[in-house]
Write a protein that binds this ligand. Structure first.
Ligand code: SER
Length: 310
């Protein structure tokens, strides 16, 4: 059985991806790792390594220790946090990628997953139904790191035959893990505040449309892409992926159908500018054609399921 390492397993995607990978491939075949010390719960579930991805030697050692064949590299700073610490965001987001791509180039691992984002696009990109191949002039630190990362992924595939696969995630919404430092995080916070306080002050303005996806779809997409035969994975930079698009006003209205007393107010902060530079909706035809991607959740079914579960 091929061993899998999840770097950043305590994060928003990592937490849920780890659960799904362990269910599919067995607890002992999926090694969790994060910069945080393991909680008793982490340890009970299967192998856990406390690890800073910038510690190249330790990354090497863990890959050798468990004979890792596949790496999901999810450790990163997201868009809002990266604006506050550009130099560290660049170091973390880029160097971790180089370490893993180089290990794959040396034949020490066989397959890599690396997440990209809608943040690779910028203010000069067409914002509606943004195509797979289009103008990309990101103007955030995070977006620049993801765009550069995509170029390097494709380069390592072309030059060194590294089997690296990637998705440009939209904003992700789930109830099993908290988001941290992103511009789309409001779409998760809003549920907790709606339940607890029946009100929410949104840091984006009411008509800011952004592409979003429910976490079960995102996790399934990730594993489906990784399980697709290599020859079908035609795009080695990163795939556009889409499920739904909505504004803060629209999600609030959908929540009000279940919690009529819920009220939303708006106080845009620096994240508004980031959101304004991103697409409003995404064309993901290539993922649908190349590896059969299809989303299951839309705004209505996502809101129903979130409120059922939080
Ligand atoms: N959800 C991410 C963010 O807001 C986008 O990749 O930073």
């Amino acid at each position: 059985m091929s061993k899998i390492l999840v770097l950043g397993s305590g994060g928003q995607i990592g937490t849920e991806l780890l659960l799904s990978l362990r269910q599919l491939f067995g607890d002992s075949n999926v090694i969790a790792s994060d910069i945080k010390p393991a909680s008793p719960k982490d340890l009970a579930l299967g192998p856990y390594e406390e690890l800073n991805v910038l510690d190249k030697n330790k990354v090497n050692k863990i890959i050798a220790k468990y004979k890792i064949e596949q790496v999901y590299l999810l450790a990163a700073l997201l868009s809002a946090t990266a604006e506050k610490n550009p130099a560290f965001a660049w170091e973390l987001n880029m160097n971790s990628l180089f370490y893993i791509l180089d290990l794959a180039k040396e034949g020490k691992i066989k397959k890599v997953f690396w997440p990209s984002s809608i943040a690779v696009f910028g203010p000069t990109t067409p914002r509606q139904n943004t195509p797979q191949f289009t103008v990309m002039e990101p103007n955030t630190v995070y977006g620049i790191s993801k765009q550069a990362g995509e170029r390097w992924c494709e380069y390592y595939f072309n030059k060194y035959n590294v089997d690296v696969r990637s998705i440009r995630y939209p904003g992700l919404i789930g109830y099993k893990s908290a988001p941290g430092g992103g511009t789309t995080d409001y779409a998760v916070h809003i549920f907790y505040e709606a339940r607890k306080n029946k009100r929410y002050e949104c840091f984006l303005s009411e008509n800011t449309a952004l592409p979003m996806m429910y976490m079960p779809d995102a996790i399934r997409a990730t594993i489906e892409l990784m399980e697709t035969p290599a020859e079908k994975v035609k795009i080695r930079s990163s795939y556009n992926l889409s499920a739904m698009s909505f504004t803060p006003k629209q999600i609030a209205e959908e929540i009000q159908k279940h919690i009529p007393e819920f009220k939303i107010s708006y106080k845009p902060d620096f994240r508004q500018q980031i959101a304004d530079s991103w697409p409003q909706s995404i064309d993901d035809e290539r993922a649908r054609i190349d590896w059969g991607w299809k989303n299951q959740y839309d705004l209505k079914t996502m809101v129903e399921d979130m409120l059922k579960n939080i």
